[in-house]
Write a protein that binds this ligand. Structure first.
Ligand code: ATP
Length: 327
């Protein structure tokens, strides 16, 4: 394999708090090891448009505390085509880039793996997504911050729910992943949690809410992941209202505020460890791997394994516990 002199880093897919801390760690680790560092603006779109930034240690000053991504992110259809990826690769060669660090979620890793397989360029992925849906890491960058944002909102909703004896249906992000919903449900003491990975019969939810009412609960919070198969918080609320007409029912959709905000200290440290680990992995000759944190150790997993959706990532034991703790 050709020795690596110039490494490019990019963020792609949905933004996540902590991506900046990861960019900073990648750039500074590469510079420390004597490599030239490049930032690609707007992910794969930037590769195709030659949107490259030469980075020095000062380019990443004062960003560790900010949400979003200084390199911007984009969803790029053209990169999904072989022609688009060829154009991107030619631009990387023209810029003298020998290796890539991709920060993003499963889509980003799918694109990175294809590019690496087709053209042989080494690539290491860093899990940056609030969804926490990748295998090979206990946590993805942004998940902890998003959970803290959600829980702050739920605490506020709980105040008003308790004052008015209401049921609140709170919809959180997670099209395919119920990770945020499950943690928010546990940390917020929610009466029920509805997840994309599990079919929940509305009748069972109604029974649970009735049991709560019978045991003198005056207010309840139900957390619903946006990808739950019952069709989102408004739909669930409508169906529950048909059966429990005596309850005052409200819906809150938390939406994109879950993506923003200053990263938590956990996400900043995680991002720093994974950024540092990604560059070291590349320089040790690794490729097509994701760097993740397992049992508090930085470790590598094949990209193809990291994005494997056939295995269930959600912690079943937590779901079981959540049900017990809400009697
Ligand atoms: P998040 O989990 O936050 O949504 P993500 O990385 O999964 O992040 P996507 O929009 O799925 O976000 O993917 C980001 C980009 O990766 C896409 O816009 C596209 O350019 C590229 N990509 C995704 N899937 C593929 C694919 N099958 N082939 C080539 N490129 C892809």
């Amino acid at each position: 394999m050709k020795s690596i002199q110039k490494i490019a880093v990019y963020t792609s897919g949905g933004d996540a708090p902590g991506m900046n801390a990861a960019i900073r760690a990648v750039v500074r680790t590469g510079l420390y090891k004597g490599k030239q560092m490049v930032g690609i603006v707007q992910g794969y779109q930037g590769m195709i448009d030659k949107n490259f930034l030469d980075m020095d240690a000062r380019s990443v000053c004062n960003i560790i505390q900010h949400g979003g991504t200084m390199l911007k992110t984009a969803r790029c259809q053209e990169f999904r085509t072989p022609e688009g990826r060829e154009k991107a690769y030619k631009n990387l060669v023209e810029k003298g880039i020998d290796a890539l660090v991709a920060i993003g979620g499963d889509g980003t890793f799918t694109g990175a793996e294809l590019l690496s397989k087709e053209f042989g360029i080494p690539v290491i992925g860093i899990p940056g997504t609030i969804d926490n849906d990748l295998h090979g890491t206990d946590f993805t960058i942004g998940y902890d911050t998003a959970n803290n944002t959600v829980i702050e909102a739920i605490d506020k909703i709980r105040d008003t729910a308790a004052s008015h004896d209401r049921i609140f249906f709170v919809e959180v992000m997670g099209r395919d992943s119920g990770s945020i919903a499950l943690w928010a449900g546990i940390a917020g003491g929610a009466e029920a949690v509805l997840l994309p990975e599990k079919d929940t019969a509305i009748e069972d939810l109604i029974t649970k809410l009735e049991q709560g009412y019978d045991s003198n609960k005056t207010s309840s919070i139900v957390i619903i992941a946006e990808g739950d198969k019952n069709g989102g918080a408004y739909n669930v609320a409508k169906r529950v209202k048909e059966k429990l007409q005596f309850y005052d029912i409200k819906v809150t959709i938390l939406g994109h505020l879950q993506r923003g905000g200053n990263p938590s200290s956990f996400d900043r440290v995680l991002a720093s460890r994974l950024g540092y680990g990604a560059v070291n992995a590349l320089l040790n000759g690794e490729t097509r791997k994701m760097v993740g944190l397992k049992n508090n150790k930085v470790q590598l997993t094949d990209l193809s394994e990291a994005i494997n959706h056939s295995t269930f990532k959600l912690e079943e034991d937590l779901l079981e516990m959540a049900n017990v703790l809400t009697i």
